[in-house]
Design a protein around this ligand. Structure first.
Ligand code: FE2
Length: 428
């Protein structure tokens, strides 16, 4: 007797008619026509079953704070940082915990199983760190939360940032962050990258740096990040987040840079919703897109993922924890329109994000964790196209969220009928 049996699932690799049997929080079998009994059985009816969505770049200390204390009028990254600076002194630890827990509920309902969140370490009280460490503990049964020590105001630009970053790591924050493009000078930015990578090497930690979130083609801190990664033997443990300046860089320089990044086995996270919203704000027309060079980096062998970054906070007014929305935007902005590229965009919010976070036991395979999501779609491309409904979300073999199918009642003259948006695929 299994704890959970999912019948007739289609998997993201195209296998269909598959049954998935789970017990003790682990996937015990993935094969056609499993005939054993189970305490809970879900009929997938040919719909897609995926490992959970993974958001590899988020700001949980700021989420759901939109409008507090005011709105971002210019829509720029820099006004967002200034606005966040106004909010930080007036919010309490309990405020942050309450907002973060509300967001986690939303995220779980949308099939997200893991989030890497940056947490601002630039206030001496470390309110965000205190709050999110508690949130990490509270949500652990249903959501993996990784925390990055993020010196939002600049490691050197803020007098106490380094001291507070080290304190936050001592308190249990997982990863070393940074923001070299926000330091006072290019030289300070490069020095901050060097210092932060050394901290990570000394402590045996991963690095995930906001890097070159700028339209300035001469913002080249990712070059230093790659070189320091290689120098310190951190290959495969370092992530460059955003890298938007690469969009504007000279092609000849990029041809050298990407090889350097591949040598360092850097990981890359683009944040399509935020990049398309914040970048290019100083342009007239043509207006740059500001998303990093996703297909080129992927084709050079780097692991590239998409993150949500912000939901209803000083930088972004929209968002709903929908990683398919993120993939949809990344697909469009990157012009990733071939069948293979569109399917890859699904991986960018699932397997690739999980790989960057170093999640263990991830994926629909025997022996892995029984974490999965049943989608109202036949394949990953359709899931992105429809931003498919998450019919069931499973964690450790238990159904922890369900959503009713998206079925529309049409009452047209003479032919009332029910419409399933997935029926509009060619061939149906
Ligand atoms: Fe970010």
């Amino acid at each position: 007797m299994f704890d959970l049996l999912i019948k007739n699932a289609t998997l993201t690799d195209g296998r269909n008619g598959m049954d998935i049997a789970c017990s003790d929080g682990v996937i015990k079998a993935v094969e056609p026509a499993i005939s054993a009994e189970a305490k809970t059985t879900i009929e997938a009816a040919g719909q897609l079953v995926s490992a959970p969505f993974v958001d590899p770049h988020f700001h949980m200390d700021a989420t759901l704070s939109l409008g507090t204390p005011r709105m971002n009028v210019s829509g720029t990254l820099l006004e967002g940082i200034a606005l966040w600076g106004e909010l930080k002194p007036v919010q309490s630890v309990d405020d942050i915990i309450a907002r973060a827990l509300r967001y986690c509920d939303l995220a779980v309902s949308m099939g997200i199983g893991a989030i890497r969140s940056h947490v601002d370490v630039c206030d001496d009280e470390l309110k965000g760190v205190t709050a999110l460490l508690e949130v990490r503990r509270l949500v652990a049964p249903y959501l993996d939360l990784q925390l990055v020590a993020f010196p939002q105001d600049g490691l050197f630009r803020s007098e106490t940032a380094e001291k507070n970053l080290l304190r936050s790591l001592d308190m249990g924050v997982d990863i070393v962050g940074g923001i070299p493009h926000f330091e006072r000078t290019m030289a300070d930015g490069a020095a901050s990258v060097k210092r932060l990578c050394e901290i990570a090497a000394t402590r045996g930690l991963m690095v995930d740096m906001h890097c070159d979130e700028s339209d300035d083609p001469l913002s080249r801190h990712v070059e230093t990040l790659a070189a320091e990664t290689t120098r310190l033997g951190l290959e495969g443990r370092v992530t460059g987040s955003h890298l938007t300046s690469m969009h504007s860089m000279d092609n000849y320089y990029v041809s050298k840079l990407i090889a350097l990044m591949a040598e360092a086995r850097l990981h890359v996270i683009a944040n399509p919703l935020i990049n398309i919203m914040l970048q290019g704000r100083h342009d007239t027309y043509p207006r740059r897109r500001g998303q990093t060079r996703v297909p080129e980096l992927r084709d050079a062998g780097l692991t590239v993922a998409f993150g949500a970054d912000c939901v209803m906070d000083p930088w972004y007014s929209l968002g709903c924890a929908d990683m398919l929305d993120v993939a949809h935007m990344g697909l469009h902005v990157g012009q990733l329109s071939s069948r293979a590229d569109m399917a890859w965009c699904f991986e960018a919010v699932t397997a690739n994000s999980a790989a960057i976070m170093g999640l263990e036991g991830y994926g629909i395979e025997t022996g892995n964790k029984a974490n999965l999501v049943l989608l109202q779609a036949k394949d990953p491309i359709e899931a992105i196209r429809l931003r498919a409904t998450r019919l069931a979300v499973v964690r450790h073999g238990e159904v922890i969220a369900r959503t009713v199918p998206n079925l529309r009642e049409l009452n047209l003259p003479g032919r009332p009928h029910r419409l399933d948006p997935a029926d509009y695929a060619p061939g149906n």
